[in-house]
Design a protein around this ligand. Structure first.
Ligand SMILES: Nc1ncnc2c1ncn2[C@@H]1O[C@H](COP(=O)(O)OP(=O)(O)OP(=O)(O)O)[C@@H](O)[C@H]1O
Ligand SMILES: [Mg+2]
Length: 161
């Protein structure tokens, strides 16, 4: 993969044959994660955002069950990297509500995984990894597009998969 210039965005597209492939990618990305990181997870209902988040959080060393935060909007976990915040913003009524449920704190103090980032209407930090999962294949296969901005760009998305 060619080196990407500083300040640009690194892109990578990968076909994930099944849920295990999604989990393996999430774990590979978690191994590159640092305190303060933000990973957004976009894609339609049932795309695999929560499956990805579960594997990502588990790979950060969290042993707890990771329920979908569909109704609670957010769940937090303690990991070596700091507090890990898992948001599902599907039911958010306005971008401001995200701050009431701790988004600011999450961006300050830990790592955040955010399902349905569209609900924030673009109010996202500059340093982040965007993961967009599409149901563009038959059966269990998914196509994932990664876009690494800022600090994630500098890491080059250069991991095995
Ligand atoms: N390649 C794949 N990657 C991820 N999940 C897959 C894959 N193939 C099949 N699945 C299945 O698709 C479903 C994905 O559900 P999941 O809850 O992760 O979706 P979601 O994107 O979080 O949906 P929602 O928007 O409702 O929160 C699971 O039942 C999972 O087993
Ligand atoms: Mg989900």
């Amino acid at each position: 993969m060619p080196a990407t210039p500083e300040g640009a965005t690194a892109h990578r597209s990968i076909v994930l044959a099944d849920e295990a492939a999604t989990a393996a990618l999430a774990a590979a990305l978690a191994r590159q994660a640092r305190p303060g990181d933000v990973v957004t997870l976009a894609g339609p209902l049932g795309a695999g955002k929560t499956s990805f988040a579960r594997a990502f959080i588990a790979a950060l060393g969290v042993k707890d069950e990771v329920p979908s935060p569909t109704f609670t909007l957010v769940q937090t976990y303690e990991a070596a990297i700091g507090t890990v915040w898992h948001f599902d913003l599907y039911r958010l009524t306005s971008p401001d509500e995200a701050y009431e449920i701790g988004l600011d704190e999450a961006l300050d103090d830990g790592a955040a995984v955010i399902e349905w980032p569209e609900r924030l209407a673009g109010r996202l930090p500059a340093d982040r990894l965007d993961v967009d999962i599409a149901l563009s294949h038959e059966g269990e296969a998914r196509e994932v597009r990664l876009a690494g901005h800022g600090a994630w760009n500098e890491r080059g998305l250069d991991f095995g998969s």
